[in-house]
Design a protein around this ligand. Sequence first.
Ligand code: ADP
Ligand code: MG
Length: 601
Amino acid sequence: MSISLEQVSKHYDGAAAISDVSADIADGEFFVLLGPSGSGKSTLLRAIAGLTTIDRGRIVLHGRDVTHVSAREREVGIVFQNYALFKHMSVADNIEFALRARGVRAAERRRRREELLELVALPGLGERLPAELSGGQQQRVAVARALAHEPRVLLLDEPFGALDARIREDLRRAIRQIQRTVGITAILVTHDQEEAFTMADRIGVMDRGRLQETDEPRVLYSRPRTRFVATFLGAANVLLGRHEQEGVRIGHSLFEPSPFGRPSRGAEATVVIRPEDLALGQGEAVVGAEPLGRGKVEGLEFVGVLERVRLSVAASTALASAQHPDAKQFLLEASRSAREAELAPLQTGQNVSIGVKRVHVLPTPIGSLRMLAASSERIEQLAASPVIRELAARMHVRPVGRVVDGDAPIDVLGGLPVVEIERDQGLAAPMRLLEIGAHQVLGIADSRRPIDRLLIYVQPTRSAREAALGAAATLLRHLAVDATLLVPAHQRRSLGGSSYRDLLDLRHSALRGYGVDVRTESFDGLLAEAIRNRAHGERATLLLLGVTSNASARGLLEELGPALALDPPAAALIVRGTSVSGAEGASIPYVRQPAAASAFR
Ligand code: ADP
Ligand code: MG
């Protein structure tokens, strides 16, 4: 491995610039860090270069722990966006700079400089001053300068930022070629999606200091695991479908096989459909696609290679907007090739059949946030609590509310129900919702403080573990918190039972399966004590309990006892093992259309 990052964190003035970033980058790989501005890309790059210290974690370059090694001794070359070259020095002197500093003899410097000018396709320009070169040429010189001392890692921070489109494209190709020729491991930082796609072997997508997902460009585009990556990389319709016994229902079609083991019936499925995966027909059905429903053309936009079509669609229990879960009508974006548009022209206002060629189900168990309270004021209070506000903003969902009245039956199957935890009542209110069929419930005791820590306890079964990790992954990606997983010391020691071994593997499987990192802490004695000791202090804690069944949940709450009732953590999320889980997002090219579905057409 060329570069290994282990739980690297860095704070500025108490705010996390990077949080628990772990990644492995192979020898000779071209790795791109992609993310919006302020997401921590440059901080991470500077940390790797040794230009900034880190608070926690380890940085290993070629097997050597360099966490506390100076920049000079790390054998990295770095290219920045603007801080390009020493203006008053010739190109030759710029390139030789690092060699001179390392005491390399003049003859050797000259040889190396000529070689590098050749490599970056600027032979014979050594005597020029930077001002006498174009921007693209200056960046080539900057690359040559970064490579002069033969580093083993090349780091590039938005090196194309200041250049115009045409030159940028040339330089991208040139840099990729140089990197291949030299065989050096490279990390490029950019906020430009196209740049990332065209250059990367693999992309790591950053948001809010976290590495959200890492994979090959095609995989990230077609099978993202998170809403953020799905919508950051290109256009996406994010919809709510429904898990049913036989598969995932989206609009009028049932998609099989179910991507997630044994999903609970009625659980919400968060579904991503790319505009190009929708198909439109003027008749009753769309040939070659599964039926989604009908819609009305609201807008058409011809952009040369394709036509964008905006459609309004009526929501149903198996087809709703993930952004506005309770909207009666919502918009879908479709695109067609220019050729298709020419063969079957559409008009604004026209009604069409909508078919779908491919759907992708995200592994998150949290599709929508549903406040349940006795009055609309209470609902608003819940929705205004920092944890809900932050989740809603980061997930791009509007929280929805329902006034519930005593014991009247309510449909709590879909989404994440949110209730108030009253002092003295402990987790009784969330428990009640589990009893009537919810697979997960978020209780909020303190609706003023933002959450800054996630404390996780999981009953030792696989189903509880998977459900808890799925929920934890979603929370961690959207809240600025660290996560600690509590493991009883006796479980750590008794390696006999396989479920205990599973528990020990929790951190590993969280990282592998869900791409998020959690810390583990073991405790002796009572669980209630362990939680209380950690959950009550300066920091507002969200307690995440993964339970196997309602019966085991009742047992656990009894064990946690009155202590938790009198002094509850700021929030508690209980997830039950039978809920939807699955590490990988599942992509379902259209499969079978069951007989029942045709009744809807
Ligand atoms: P990116 O490169 O993705 O745009 P940065 O790594 O530059 O993001 O910044 C990440 C966060 O850290 C931002 O909130 C930024 O304001 C903060 N930050 C970066 N450098 C410093 C610094 N030297 N002092 C204080 N805050 C900083
Ligand atoms: Mg930056």
